[in-house]
Design a protein around this ligand. Structure first.
Ligand code: FAD
Length: 387
């Protein structure tokens, strides 16, 4: 690992442990995610400590993926850490995409406020299932866009849009004759109406997850991101690193959950001895260490593939499945080791457990990644053996 990444990660870890962790009991952590007032306060602290958006350097360049991993794992040590340091989803993935695809004018207008932590953003892709809209299969997209003079007109309904409520910037995916298109929009906009914010199992993302109706939204042609019909290709540019950065942040959260469970097991007595001295408990913590190390190595391997210039589609699928499933086991064991305390709100272990459950679904459910890997195995076999 490079010295600069080690240095940034160490500063971030100190900041999260010393400054962010004390906010974990703050009443402004609402059921639909922390309030913007709380997030802004945390960002101010990160700004003063020099750890705001630590994975993007002052000259606008991005740390490598392997470097990003050590930094984002450190921000993840508290569920509030990524929000404080501006490395949270969906902003982190959106910043990455804009850095790769946006024009200089678009960067000045939409990327700069994100990098400086002055606005939040949302990525609008998924649609309501009962209307037959895009979900695991984005090609089922029903939201449309059509050119009218030098504007695009967008209509449709989106669901599970993280942070849409309260966001300042949106990236909307819609379907034109040419294929999928991405648009950059200022929010709020009267043509984009929040119908409801869903009650979900997780609670770490500001604004929660909204269902929105887009009705006659007019977007200037120069707000199209890249070229018409290339939306899925750009989404793929975003998806692999965004998938991996979820793995990084949640690995940090599970490292912390395991620390809390380990501490409990070393202090608590039952049946005349310390919990950890009961083999059943010791084995759970040993399994946690093994899963955490495997997750770290899987992330590092996949990050190296992306740093080599590959889109890493198959590799990020493998990493996402392996890491999210391993972290689910770690979170579950951490809860179990702590008994009743593990399912209470007295520590973050309970929250981490809930968050990881949702992580097994977003950015591609486990089964969808395995299905696409199986298709690749079939293709590769045919390429070698013929039909
Ligand atoms: C917390 C959270 C935040 C989210 N944030 C956003 C966001 O900001 N923006 C956005 O656009 N979307 C967001 N989503 C939506 C997310 O991307 C979708 O939930 C996901 O793509 C799955 O789509 P779906 O919910 O429609 O499930 P469905 O497509 O209905 O799939 C249901 C289940 O079917 C199974 N399945 C599907 N296809 C296959 C297959 N080929 N083989 C085997 N099994 C299969 C899987 O088990 C899957 O879980 C978020 C979701 C959650 C839970």
């Amino acid at each position: 690992m490079t010295e600069r990444a080690r240095d940034i990660a160490a500063r971030v870890e100190r900041f999260v442990r010393d400054m962010v962790v004390p906010y974990e009991r703050d009443p402004r952590r609402g059921a639909h995610g922390p309030s913007d007032a709380l997030v802004d306060e945390l960002k101010d602290l990160a700004r003063s400590a020099g750890v705001l958006t630590p994975h993007i350097l002052p000259d606008g360049s991005h740390l490598t993926q392997r470097e990003t991993a050590v930094v984002l794992i450190a921000t993840g040590l508290s569920p509030l850490g990524p929000l404080a340091c501006n490395t949270a989803a969906p902003d982190e993935g959106n910043m990455y995409l804009l850095g790769k695809v946006a024009t200089p004018e678009q960067k000045a207008r939409f990327l700069d406020p994100l990098v400086h932590g002055e606005a939040r953003s949302a990525f609008f892709m998924t649609e309501p299932a009962e209307e037959g809209g895009a979900g695991s299969d984005p090609s089922m997209m029903r939201t449309t866009c059509r050119l009218d003079g030098n504007h695009w007109v967008i209509n449709g309904r989106k669901r599970f849009i993280t942070g849409a409520d309260g966001a300042g910037i949106g990236i909307i995916m819609a379907k034109a004759e040419e294929g999928a298109c991405l648009f950059l929009v200022d929010l709020p906009d009267p043509a984009i109406r929040t119908m409801r914010v869903l009650d979900t199992i997780d609670s770490s993302m500001p604004g929660g997850h909204a269902e929105v109706e887009i009705s006659g939204l007019r977007v200037s042609a120069d707000q199209m991101l890249g070229q018409a019909g290339e939306g899925f290709r750009y989404a793929q540019i975003r998806l692999s690193p965004a998938r991996l950065s979820h793995c990084m942040r949640w690995l940090g959260a599970c490292i912390r959950a395991n620390e809390i469970a380990t501490d409990y097991a070393n202090r608590r007595q039952a049946f005349g001895k310390t919990l950890i001295d009961h083999e059943g408990v010791g084995f759970m913590l040993a399994d946690n260490l093994i899963d955490l190390k495997q997750a770290e190595l899987m992330i590092d391997w996949c990050a190296g593939v992306l740093d080599g210039g590959s889109l890493g589609v198959a590799e990020s699928s493998m990493a996402k499945v392996a890491v999210s499933e391993a972290l689910m086991r770690v979170a579950d064991r951490s809860v179990q080791v702590m008994g009743g305390l593990g399912v209470s709100g007295d520590t973050i272990v309970e929250q981490v457990f809930r968050e990881i459950r949702a992580f097994r679904i977003y950015d591609g459910p486990t089964e969808v990644h395995k299905w696409s890997l199986a298709k690749k195995i079939r293709r590769d076999w045919k390429a070698t053996h013929g039909d």
